[in-house]
Design a protein around this ligand. Structure first.
Ligand SMILES: Nc1ncnc2c1ncn2[C@@H]1O[C@H](COP(=O)(O)OP(=O)(O)OP(=O)(O)O)[C@@H](O)[C@H]1O
Length: 770
């Protein structure tokens, strides 16, 4: 049926030089609406002074127009001619929202091809799906691709994706989360984050890392945080995900502030994500759902889910390969990134945050990763990702964009409109350029090969400053450019009141219906016993390689051989020989005290990152982790000492009786477990390997010296320090009676449990939420 809609597009120009375009629609039913070029408007004309004399005088005529056609060609056009020096600003959001209101989305055709190279903006054809937002339809195909071609994004995208093995992600439904950022308007306050830095001149100075950022992202959307290095992307991501506390401003998730029940609905993929290097891909992906998913699903279902995600992410080929790390060769970088994303998908988060998921990947692989993110968003999740410098193909895949420069927002809105916005404030590329590169240049204050708004140019000329790129250091030009972009953005935002009014009710309606069941109290995915059992199994698998590594086994066996040979068939027949045997027993007890302390010290500092990450999403209780960590280590702790003692005991000719051997093994074993507890407590108290090692060496030395081997007559004021461990050796020597008292046993048991309780308390005190 032919359209009966009548759209009016009026252009109003106020005295500020701002234009407002208003569209009104009549007869919204059964309408075919086409927006296509009809009239020409000259938006900019400027003189560019550049180093290149051929470009010294560049006159850019930007021509853009659109008319709205409804059924029979009937259109009004927008016309705007303005010198850039007067900051021509098209309020894109207002325009789009008015258009959104005007169109019946069910059968609207909207044309959007934009050409920018010659300053020509054209809007031509792509069809609107019923559910498409007008903004999606208006997605401006990148005007200046890397290859310099104009128009719709390359079909290579599709080819690439078709050629790759993965399919669309099928993820279960979750509660949709609408994330509202804030800005200093009536709705929102500024998001601000300051850090304290120690400088030479000013001992403690405050540095603003994120300053007044606004934005919103909804389920189904992918929001990209872009900006130069140090621009504040990661900090903003951490703020949005609740991992870092705000200094001021508000962030609401479905109109509610961050709360504990949100933790389990948020997935976070770090830039260098932490994974257990000795687990295989399949093992890593199996433990996560077992720990996190609710008890309502069976273990089989959870395992199936892991298998499913492996298939979806194209990880089948490496599912039995160990992940690897700096010293262990494992899966590739891309596989690792996909594994980390899969790890988060498995718990079916409503909100997924990713810190530079495409860094150090080639453009095709990066595109695949972004396609995966799109699939996740299409499944109703909200995806927020930082991205450093995406290719133009990648850039076109994002729904929303926040461009950060020195922590401030220079653009926030639909990614497809970023180029139009910057063009509207007088900043356009003068040569074919990847839009992401262009935006990063702007955020860095680099105006080379870009048109300079006359207002900015005047300022630069007044300050006798040339527009040229500086390497790294902020120059006066960078500062001026940053200031200009900041003010232009603020001016844009203050003009967005209408847009916000349009957006707010939509969110409110959705939120009201979805919020039922939102504030469910925190629930653990699995019971304490299940957590304990899963963590035990995971710990055993992860650490068996470390405990039974060739280096360790070689170290223990060679020490045993050396000791065995030195004390070969020793006896206690004379006082001198007895002294030798005492020396042997002293060495065994010191060796098996030092060794476990020094290895246990590394445990928590090394696992801290993983512990923080997993605690941040309440994956398990700390008590379950702590007990599992100790219990799963026990069998591994027994292997090497048993081997050592078997060799040394018989080589050195100690008392040949089963009881004596068993008791000596028990003594060594208890001493190892107690020493480990001490190491764990020291490690947990400092969380710093250097400091912990220093303290450990002092404590071990104290125990060693007080062990009655080196000194028998300790001054009375130091007698408290004397360890009773030194008395434990007598049962091992032929002819000596077993003199272990209950106090000795009690003391060692107190140490075993006490040190561990201390370690647990230190861990609890540690800030697991960054
Ligand atoms: N805790 C902190 N203490 C001191 N400075 C900090 C702290 N956190 C962030 N910064 C500083 O804030 C700025 C922004 O850091 P952030 O990591 O957010 O940047 P980024 O955009 O993610 O950078 P990159 O792309 O290089 O990862 C940097 O200059 C950084 O040095």
């Amino acid at each position: 049926m032919e359209a009966k809609r009548e759209l009016k597009l009026d252009c109003l120009e106020d005295l500020d030089g701002r234009s407002k375009a208003a569209l009104t629609a009549k007869n919204r039913e059964n309408t075919n609406t086409v927006l296509r070029p009809a009239r020409t408007w000259n938006s900019s004309s400027l003189t560019q002074r550049g180093d290149n004399k051929n470009q010294a005088e560049t006159s850019i005529q930007k021509t853009s127009s659109f008319c709205v056609k409804t059924g029979s060609p009937r259109a009004n056009s927008i016309r705007k001619t303005k010198s850039l020096s007067a900051q021509f600003l098209v309020n894109i959001d207002e325009l789009i929202n008015n258009v959104t209101g005007a169109f019946d989305e069910s059968d609207t055709l909207f044309s959007t091809t934009v050409s920018n190279e010659m300053g020509l903006f054209l809007l031509t054809g792509s069809s609107l799906r019923p559910s498409d937002e007008i903004s999606d339809v208006m997605r401006l195909q990148n005007p200046c691709h890397e290859d310099g071609k104009m128009g719709k994004s390359s079909p290579i995208d599709e080819e690439d994706l078709n050629s790759c093995s993965w399919r669309k992600i099928h993820i279960g439904p979750t509660l949709p989360i609408y994330l509202n950022g804030s800005y200093c308007t009536t709705y929102f306050e500024d998001i601000k984050c300051k850090v304290t830095v120690k400088g030479k001149k000013h001992p403690i100075a405050e540095k603003s890392v994120v300053d007044g950022v606004t934005g919103s992202v909804s389920p189904g959307e992918v929001l990209a945080l872009m900006g130069p290095s140090g621009g504040g992307k990661t900090t903003l991501l951490n703020l949005l995900s609740g991992r870092v506390k705000l200094n001021s401003g508000t962030i609401t998730y479905n109109q509610q502030p961050y709360n504990k029940s949100l933790k389990q609905r948020i997935g976070f993929v770090l830039q260098d994500d932490i994974v257990f290097p000795h687990l295989t891909v399949k093992e890593a992906l199996t433990y996560r759902p077992l720990l996190c998913l609710p008890n309502t699903s069976t273990q089989e279902q959870q395992k199936d889910r892991a298998t499913h995600v492996i298939t979806e992410l194209g990880l089948e080929r490496c599912e039995d390969t160990i992940i690897g790390g700096p010293f262990v060769k494992g899966i590739s970088g891309s596989e690792r990134k996909r594994l980390c994303i899969g790890n988060e998908i498995l718990i079916n988060p409503s909100l997924l945050f990713l810190d530079e998921p495409t860094s150090s990947l080639d453009s095709t692989t990066a595109l695949r990763i972004v396609q995966v993110l799109h699939s996740i968003a299409e499944a109703g999740k909200t995806v927020v990702t930082t991205i450093h410098q995406p290719s133009s193909r990648l850039f076109n895949k994002f729904d929303k964009l926040i461009l950060l420069g020195k922590g401030s927002s220079l653009y926030s809105g639909k990614a497809s409109e970023a180029m139009v916005y910057f063009s509207s404030i007088g900043c356009s590329p003068l040569i074919a350029m990847n839009p992401a590169e262009f935006l990063i240049d702007l955020a860095n204050g680099n105006m080379k090969d870009k048109s300079v708004p006359s207002e900015l140019e005047d300022k630069l000329l007044a300050g006798n400053q040339k527009v040229e790129a500086r390497d790294g250091r902020p120059s006066p030009v960078d500062v001026q450019v940053h200031e200009y972009l900041l003010r232009a953005y603020e001016a844009r935002v203050t003009n967005m009141e209408e847009t916000k009014k349009l957006l707010k009710p939509t969110l409110m309606v959705k939120v009201e219906t979805e919020m039922q069941g939102w504030s469910i109290p925190r629930e653990w995915g699995s019971t304490w016993c299940e957590q304990f059992s899963i963590l035990c199994r995971r710990g055993l698998k992860e650490r068996r390689h470390e405990y039974l590594s060739t280096v360790r086994v070689t170290q223990v066996i060679s020490t045993a051989i050396i000791v065995g040979l030195l004390w070969w068939h020793s006896d206690a027949s004379t006082p001198k020989r007895l002294q030798d045997q005492k020396g042997l027993l002293f060495f065994i007890s010191v060796f098996w005290a030092f060794f476990p302390i020094l290895t246990a010290i590394f445990t928590f500092p090394q696992e801290r990152a993983m512990l923080v990450k997993e605690s941040a999403v309440d994956m398990y209780r700390l008590s379950a982790y702590m007990i599992a960590r100790n219990i799963s280590d026990l069998p591994l702790d027994l292997v090497l000492p048993t081997l050592f003692l078997l060799m040394v005991y018989f080589m050195t000719g100690l008392k040949l009786s089963f009881t004596a051997f068993s008791l000596s093994l028990l003594t060594v074993f208890l001493s190892i477990v107690a020493s480990q507890g001490l190491g764990l407590a020291i490690g947990a108290s400092f969380m710093d390997v250097k400091k912990a090692t220093t303290l450990a060496s002092i404590i071990v030395m104290m125990f060693m010296l007080s062990g009655r081997f080196f000194i028998q007559n300790v001054p009375s004021f130091m007698s408290w320090v004397r360890s009773r461990l030194g008395s434990c050796e007598s049962f091992l020597i032929k002819g000596w009676r077993f003199d272990w008292s209950g106090i000795d046993l009690g003391a060692i048991l107190v140490m075993i449990i006490g040190y561990r309780i201390l370690a647990y308390l230190f861990l609890r005190r540690m800030k697991l939420r960054q």
